[in-house]
Design a protein around this ligand. Structure first.
Ligand code: HEM
Ligand SMILES: *[C@@H]1O[C@H](CO)[C@@H](O)[C@H](O)[C@H]1NC(C)=O
Ligand SMILES: *[C@@H]1O[C@H](CO)[C@@H](O)[C@H](O)[C@H]1NC(C)=O
Length: 316
């Protein structure tokens, strides 16, 4: 009996240690790289002031990192003759941007604190600073992620939701990562900034019924039924470079750019949440920040797992 208890105690202890070592902390670099946050913020502010859309692109990079086997900077690894990463996955190819900004941040950090700050943490902080730079909410970013040496093209293709998904498929995709439908609606508010290519919204503007007719017509000029695949339109037609709650008001007016956006307000179970966020931007901001922290906690590598890459594009 005593032996059984001892074993139970020991395994509980080991589990607690496991949890403790997997725990991220906002003060992780306070002695090893005290200026990490100001170095990242300076670079993000400068990139966003040169091009507002860069804030959106950096936010999306963190999402596409975290939803594919966790926040481990796998999304940043370049392909080479013997390695295939995630950059050629359908949702990423000809679409993800901001890699050069991450390279600049990494190189500034390697000068100040060589070998200390992970690329996965850079993505998490840059996402927050991007939202702040576009006048959105702020939140405290837990740190201490480490970088992968691998990536998964197949996981990128299967885990990242596509613009053609219906509401139930969106709910499933987010639930597979531990998110509620409410968090799906909050995180989708990211589409209050940034741009999308004609190829991802063409079917919605030509084939769907649940779209404002004038809005659809206005988009067709730059997104013909064939050709113009890479032509861009703002995800939030009202205020494309402001992080605000206009995205939800657009959905109420059937002015969601993507089919998947409009699915969140199409007579289904998430309509009420869209209504809440459209009338209460403070609630949206709070829920968004909390959901971003939760997203940033998706299976990080910690302790002695993974590495701190010297170059975010390549394993050491
Ligand atoms: C709910 C499911 C989601 C779907 C189906 C989806 C799909 C897409 C698509 C198709 C684009 C346009 C890409 C292109 O044309 O190149 C896009 C852009 C974007 N997405 Fe999402 N997304 C989703 C959720 C999210 C989440 C959770 C975030 C962030 C937390 C996010 C952030 C962004 C941003 C900021 C852009 C604009 C990027 C830029 O301008 O460079 N999305 N998304
Ligand atoms: C949603 O999409 C899935 C997968 O394509 C499909 O099986 C399902 O029937 C669709 N649900 C609705 C309500 O249309
Ligand atoms: C190819 O990329 C992988 C992942 O970054 C890296 O481990 C490997 O060293 C690279 N190979 C070459 C030849 O650069």
């Amino acid at each position: 009996m005593a032996l059984v208890n001892l074993k139970l105690c020991l395994s509980l202890f080991l589990i607690l240690i496991g949890i403790a070592s997997a725990q991220l902390s906002s003060t992780f670099y306070s002695s090893t790289c005290p200026n990490v946050l100001s170095i990242i913020k300076t670079a993000v502010n400068s990139a966003v002031s040169s091009e507002a859309r860069m804030g959106a692109s950096l936010l999306r990079l963190h999402f596409h990192d975290c939803f594919v086997n966790g926040c481990d900077a796998s999304v940043l690894l370049d392909d080479n003759s013997t390695f295939t990463g995630e950059k050629t996955a359908g949702p990423n190819s000809n679409s993800l941007r901001g890699f050069n900004v991450i390279d600049t941040i990494k190189s500034n950090l390697e000068t100040s604190c060589p070998g200390v700050v992970s690329c996965a943490d850079i993505l998490a902080v840059a996402a927050r600073d991007s939202v702040v730079a576009l006048n959105g909410p702020s939140w405290t970013v837990p740190l201490g992620r480490r970088d992968s040496t691998t990536a998964s093209l197949s996981a990128a293709n299967s885990n990242l939701p596509g613009p053609g998904l219906n509401l139930s498929a969106l709910i499933t995709a987010f639930s597979n990562k531990g998110f509620t439908a409410k968090e799906l609606v909050a995180l989708s508010g990211s589409h209050t900034i940034g741009q999308a290519r004609c190829t991802v919204f063409r079917s919605h503007i030509y084939n769907d019924a649940n779209i404002n007719a004038q809005f659809a017509t206005s988009l067709k000029a730059n997104c013909p039924s064939s050709g113009g695949d890479n032509n861009l339109a703002p995800l939030d037609t009202t205020s494309p470079t402001a992080f605000d709650n206009a995205y939800y008001k657009n959905l109420q007016g059937q002015k969601g750019l993507l089919h998947s956006d409009q699915e969140l307000f199409n007579g289904g179970s998430t309509d009420a949440q869209v209504n809440t966020y459209s009338t209460n931007s403070a609630t949206f901001f709070t829920d968004f920040g909390n959901a971003m922290v939760k997203m940033g906690n998706l299976s990080p590598l910690t302790g002695t797992s993974g590495q701190i890459r010297t170059n975010c594009r390549k394993a050491n």
